[in-house]
Design a protein around this ligand. Structure first.
Ligand code: NAP
Length: 355
């Protein structure tokens, strides 16, 4: 019988790390040792992985001894430093940061689009795309296979937890501050009086009862880093280097679940009925589209769900070969932890077969 592989969650104390612990617990029988790693600040902390209570180790070269596959759930600059260290020790790294995603020698893998790429990892590193892109890919991959995707225009409505523990805690703190203010209704809309400058972090402006049309840092020509990720990472995963993409990323006061409005144009003719047929059978897609009965996808219903949800599928006579739709996914599940687990499953099967 094949030796059971050892797996590490690096960044086990973060919001993505906490979902990783839950998902690994659900498939505990597949693994030998499960090791939890975080910053030296968290060393010695006791965390649950299902019924087990494990002690967090501080990151360091020795922390990767004996590990076969490591899920990295760290800030970009920390991944940049430690991923090569783990890979040099023969660990297969699945990294969720933005640092390695566009490296031509690092595959960017999503099971529903390019699972075979997981085996093509010259640096021993596989990247996990950003949460906004991953929410779109299962739907886009299925429609592209059938109708040939040519271009898309996307607007996102992204949850606070996309900014990690800090983002989620900031939203809750702002909501608590607002809830504690008497007579808010008579203050009109000037929430700036309630939420002073100290609440501008980490979104650049208060998020509670607001929307912030800036996700990530500013890049050239007014685009943000998140908007460029949607374009570049979609092209790489779908294998469509010439895909035309325009994206506007917006942060909204939702705890978990990224939503996106998509206008997609295809090479071939497509109808709403065609899209229902294709998406109803697509891997990783839940078709949630029964407007007559008030059924459509929403972030509140996406939390903890494995699939991505798509609905509000429409067609305008003004735009031939095009569809409008609304996609929602739990940014911590398919947008992060679940996709990483699915990629690790491909690698685990490959390594076990090679033993
Ligand atoms: N949140 C999302 O929706 C989402 C989706 C897709 C991808 N991602 C990516 O996933 C990664 C983790 O995001 P997150 O939202 O889980 O962030 P988070 O909640 O802020 O957690 C960050 C984790 O990194 C650890 N860490 C920070 N500095 C470290 C250091 N110097 N050395 C070792 N460990 C360190 C933290 O450990 P301590 O607790 O010890 O500080 C914590 O475990 C990021 O690259 C993010 O871009 C996030």
């Amino acid at each position: 019988m094949a030796r059971k592989l050892n797996v590490a969650i690096v960044g086990a104390t973060g919001v993505v790390g906490s979902i990783m612990r839950r998902l690994i617990a659900a498939e505990r029988g597949n693994w030998g040792e499960v090791r939890l790693i975080a910053s030296p600040r968290s060393a010695g902390k006791q965390l649950d992985v299902g019924d087990e209570v494990l002690t967090v180790q501080a990151i360091g070269e020795a922390a990767f001894d004996g590990i076969d596959i490591a899920h990295f759930d760290l800030p970009d600059e920390v991944s940049a430093e430690w991923v090569p260290v783990a890979a040099a020790k023969g660990v297969v790294v699945i990294d969720k940061s933005g640092h390695f995603r566009m490296d031509p020698d690092v595959p960017l893998v999503c099971r529903e689009a390019n699972p075979g790429e997981a085996a093509n990892r010259p640096k021993g590193i596989i990247a996990n795309a950003n949460c906004t892109t991953l929410a779109l890919i299962p739907t886009l991959a299925a429609l592209n296979a059938e109708f040939g995707l040519v271009s898309m225009s996307v607007a996102s409505y992204q949850a606070a937890s996309g900014s990690g523990k800090e983002g989620l805690e900031a939203l809750y703190a702002q909501l608590q501050k607002i809830a504690g203010v008497e007579g808010l209704g008579t203050m009109g809309s000037d929430l700036r009086l309630v939420l002073g400058e100290e609440f501008d972090a980490p979104f650049g402006a208060p998020l509670a009862l607001n929307v912030v049309p800036k996700v990530g840092g500013w890049k050239d020509d007014g685009w943000t880093s998140e908007e460029l990720k949607v374009r570049n990472e979609s092209r790489k995963i779908l294998g469509l280097p010439d895909l035309k993409v325009a994206s506007t990323c917006v942060r909204v006061p939702v705890a978990v679940g990224h939503s996106q409005v998509v206008h997609a144009t295809f090479e071939r003719e497509v109808t709403v009925a065609d899209a229902h047929r294709v998406l109803g059978a697509a891997d990783g897609v839940d078709l949630v589209d029964d407007p007559a009965n008030g059924v459509f996808p929403m972030p509140i219903d996406s939390v903890g769900r494995s699939g991505t949800q798509v609905g509000r599928i429409r067609q305008s006579v003004d735009f031939p070969n095009s569809l409008e739709f609304f996609v929602v996914a739990d940014n911590l599940m398919k947008g992060a932890a679940l996709n990483s687990i699915e990629t690790a499953d491909l690698v685990r099967r490959e390594l076990e077969a090679a033993q």
